[in-house]
Design a protein around this ligand. Structure first.
Ligand code: GTP
Length: 715
């Protein structure tokens, strides 16, 4: 072929394509989603183009992909369709938004002050009085404020967290040894079930109450302080059992200095004794042995000590370092010796803390008190807690309003190792959470916001990991089916899918019409190749065509365009966008054409939405809900006017019979009386029915249930 001939052919081909596009575009709009692929339409195209039939399919494919180009040009050239000029759009300031933004964050993103955001939301339904600068705004209000400010929004990338400045509160560096002072030990009691942990704690607490002046009310706050006559103090954590201990350890809370291991002298070393030893060893916390129930006649203290040797707990008598004290928790015998042994060990451990500077501590227990609101019991580990301090713990913060000890007495300050009940929390923090004092309320809010943000990011990451793992799994199982396309890149696959779609449209127009309500055509748009590909990979696993077909009519990168809306209208489809936008004109066009645009920033939410959309296409299933059952005991006739009507004497065995509902088992008909369980009744039908004793009557209603699509995308 000569160069000239080639050029001429090319020009003819281009013109033909353009004309085809024009025809196709008009035809698509005229016929509204019905005849694009019909044989009549193909013949029409053939005649128009004077082309052999074999190339129609290809041309239709080309025409669709050209629709966007053509429709854009149409607006310019013909003046029929007015497309908003992009000029005004370009002038708008772009604001990066995300799903959760505080008023202050939004103001910052808009380069305005907080008042600007309030003003923008002035004539909306949002309650402005409740809005603080740190209040989180819903997506709808974020968008509204941006729009009302004459700006446009753009979704921030999910990876934005990596560059955000860390605002968390952290422990102070280790204190200067010169400021350290001795502090009481914090003790946890552990041991096997029923060996006497609770009894021991109760006795220790009671010994303290007895030692107090009358009037003190002991309450369980999760920890209490015991003061020996010599003046030494011991803090006991009032949460017996290794479960609480390991829960604290799991959260990284290093609260306990000493473990008192309770072993019943009549029972010896048991399973949970061994577990307790293990927990103490893992946490590198020294043990004191309390051989309990020594008042019992069958108590054998030596046996206990010998059994413990196997588990590397060597008592002093056996040349080890573990102090053993023989007690009776029930009778309160030798508890003083146990306390003294604890103090001795504490001295050896040289337990010290810095009582100055910002407070650090751990939440031992938390609850909501009717009068006081959220309350925590904490062990202070550094600094001295006072009223008015601002604290953060987990995702909650507090301005300390009151402090109480376990005897419900108000405290003015609490130093290291002191158990204290703190009132003033905004929410209830969890046990084991670290308490840190911060400089101001503003700082506390900042820390909490940061922690919530991090939690959200981690959740997103986790979700992403789950999705990826499941995708991998699914990909493997579907790789066989995809073998035919596996050698293609995703752009080539796009063409292949177009072809497949067009073929379906061309060869099955009738079935298509019939099945239209059981097919969901979708248009997928994403911000980058990678995200579109990720979504397509998930959609590859779609295997519920039996229930409802999923047609991927089109997919691509970029914001939702007019072409997407036109395609969605043509195919009665839904447009899904991931991390992309749909400008106002597009949204208006979509509303006008009855096209749904669904925008998402999280893939699994998009897929969830798609699943819901697919499920909504399915017809509801009908289930029978039995409301009553009766048995016919006898039959008789009653005379109504001149007529004798057959009546069944029934006993309602279950539920009730309601004439408004459906009946079965005994032929069809209506019930005259509404009767309840256990009552006897007469049943007459509006048709002549020959009742027989022993017949069963079931009264039921049809209930509709929405079906769910059985596709499992793997997450
Ligand atoms: N004779 C005697 N009985 C005791 C002694 N200490 C506890 N008991 C009894 O042993 C039983 C169990 O005591 P608890 O204090 O509930 O034991 P526990 O280890 O806290 O049990 P769990 O909370 O179930 O793990 C109770 O009936 C107590 O009265 C003791 O020193 N002497």
């Amino acid at each position: 072929m000569s160069g000239k001939l080639f050029l001429e052919n090319l020009l003819r081909y281009n013109t033909a394509c353009r004309q085809l596009c024009a025809l196709c575009y008009k035809e698509v709009h005229r016929t509204r989603r019905t005849t694009l692929g019909s044989p009549a339409y193909c013949t029409k195209l053939s005649r128009f183009l004077n082309t052999p039939k074999w190339c129609n399919e290809t041309l239709i494919m080309v025409s669709i992909s050209q629709t966007r180009l053509f429709s854009t040009k149409l607006g310019k050239g013909s003046g029929k369709t007015k497309i908003p000029k992009p000029k005004a759009k370009q002038e708008k300031q772009e604001v990066e938004i995300k799903q959760r933004m505080s008023v202050a964050e939004l103001a910052q993103a808009m380069n305005k002050d907080v008042d600007h955001v309030y003003e923008a939301l002035l004539h909306t339904t949002i309650d402005l009085d409740s809005l603080e600068p740190d209040s989180l705004l819903d997506e709808v209000w974020i968008k509204e404020a941006v729009k009302k400010s004459g700006m446009k929004y753009k979704w921030a990338k999910l990876t934005e967290g990596k560059v955000r400045e860390n605002k968390d509160a952290v422990n102070r560096p280790p204190a200067d040894p010169t400021v350290l002072v001795a502090r009481p030990p914090v003790v946890t009691i552990m041991g096997h079930v029923d060996h006497g942990k609770t009894t021991l704690l109760d006795s220790l607490r009671k010994s303290q109450v007895a030692a107090m002046e009358a009037g003190g009310i002991t309450q369980h706050i999760g920890a209490f302080l015991v003061q020996l006559p010599s003046g030494e103090k011991i803090t006991f954590l009032d949460t017996p059992g290794h479960a609480a201990f390991s829960a604290m350890r799991a959260r990284g809370a290093h609260v306990t200095d000493i473990v008192i291991l309770v072993v019943a002298a009549d029972d010896g070393v048991m399973k949970q004794t061994v577990e307790s030893i293990q927990h103490a060893k893992n946490a590198k916390v020294p043990i004191i042995l309390a051989v309990n129930k020594c008042d019992k006649p069958d108590a054998d203290t030596e046996r206990v000590k010998k059994e413990l040797l196997v588990h590397d707990v060597v008592c002093e008598e056996y040349g080890g370092e573990v102090q053993a004290v023989h007690v009776s928790a029930l009778k309160g015998d030798n508890l003083k010796s146990l306390a003294e042994a604890t103090v001795t060990l504490a001295e050896v451990l040289e337990l010290k803390a810095d009582p100055t500077g910002l407070v650090e501590g751990t939440v031992i227990e938390s609850r909501t008190d009717k009068g006081k609101g959220p309350v925590t019991t904490a062990i202070i580990q550094r600094g001295t807690l006072k009223k008015g301090c601002t604290l953060v713990a987990g995702k909650s913060w507090a301005k300390v309003r009151w402090m109480f000890d376990e005897n419900n007495r108000a405290m003015s300050e609490a130093g290291p190792s002191t158990p204290v009940e703190i009132v003033g929390w905004k929410d209830v923090p969890s046990a084991g959470e670290e308490i840190l004092e911060v400089e101001s309320e503003q700082r506390a809010r900042e820390v909490i916001e940061w922690r919530k943000y991090i939690e959200e990011q981690e959740k997103l990451k986790e979700d992403q990991q789950v999705i990826e793992a499941k995708q991998k799994e699914h990909q493997e199982s579907y790789s066989k089916e995809r073998d035919t396309m596996s050698h293609l890149n995703w752009r080539q696959r796009k063409s292949a899918m177009y072809r497949a779609n067009k073929q379906r449209m061309a060869f099955r127009p009738k079935e298509r019409m019939e099945n239209e309500q059981l097919a969901l055509p979708v248009i997928i748009k994403g911000d980058v190749d990678g995200s579109v590909e990720a979504i397509l990979n998930i959609l590859d696993s779609y295997d519920a065509d039996e229930q409802c077909e999923l047609d991927i009519v089109h997919f691509g990168v970029g914001d939702i365009s007019e072409n997407d809306i036109n395609l969605a209208e043509t195919f009665s489809g839904v447009v899904y966008g991931f991390n992309v936008d749909a400008n106002k004109a597009i949204q208006q066009a979509a509303v006008k054409k009855g096209v749904q645009i669904k925008l998402h920033n999280i893939i699994y939410k998009l897929i969830d939405d798609l699943k819901e959309e697919l499920s909504s296409k399915l017809p509801p299933t009908v289930a029978e809900n039995v409301v009553g059952e009766a048995s016919v005991l006898a039959t008789f006739y009653v005379t109504v006017g001149k007529k004798k009507l057959p009546v069944a004497g029934c006993r309602v065995n279950k539920g009730q019979l309601d004439r408004k509902m459906k009946f079965k088992l005994i032929r069809r008909g209506d019930i005259i009386w509404k009767v309840k369980t256990g009552m006897e009744c007469g049943l007459s039908m509006d048709k002549d029915i020959d009742f027989q004793p022993g017949d069963e009557v079931v009264c039921y209603e049809d209930t509709e249930k929405q079906q769910e699509i059985c596709w499992d995308p793997g997450f």
